[in-house]
Design a protein around this ligand. Structure first.
Ligand SMILES: [Zn+2]
Ligand SMILES: [Zn+2]
Length: 144
């Protein structure tokens, strides 16, 4: 199956009509080097690739993708909302507050502690988010 066919299928499976902006944005996520992308980065990448699109359309399509379960939106803070493909594999995040870079991590120990806490509180946990804020290795180097 070529990449076009699979993107088309994914849109149809999500109950979305196949349109050029939707295809282009989905493909950007499927082939992006970084998994966590902001709306602005989506917009700039499309413009750089000579795809005519407005920022409003980018936001609209991203919202539709979140509602359709194709993308996850993380509102780390007002300046750093990023989107990533929903693969169903849970993980937590580290956010660099200087450059906005997002890294992923998963600690089975932390996961278990959270399940234990919920259980002790007789709380039926459906989800959790954990974000570590700070300065990434790269930015630490430039500060010094
Ligand atoms: Zn950084
Ligand atoms: Zn992630």
């Amino acid at each position: 199956m070529d990449k076009n066919t699979s993107s088309t299928t994914e849109l149809k499976n999500a109950g979305l009509k196949v349109t050029i902006p939707r295809l282009k944005i989905l493909e950007l996520f499927l082939h992006a080097e970084t998994r966590h992308v902001s709306a602005d980065e989506v917009y700039r990448t499309l413009i750089d690739n000579d795809i005519e699109i407005g920022i409003a359309t980018v936001y609209r399509v991203l919202t539709q993708f979140v509602e359709a379960g194709i993308l996850l939106r993380h509102n780390f803070d007002n300046e750093h909302s990023v989107y990533e493909l929903e693969h169903g594999n849970h993980h937590d995040h580290l956010l660099c507050t200087k450059c906005g870079k997002v890294e992923e991590f998963l600690s089975e120990e932390i996961e278990q502690i959270q399940r234990d806490i919920a259980k002790a509180k007789q709380f039926d946990m459906t989800d959790h988010t954990l974000v570590i804020y700070g300065i990434c290795k790269q930015c630490c180097k430039t500060i010094k």
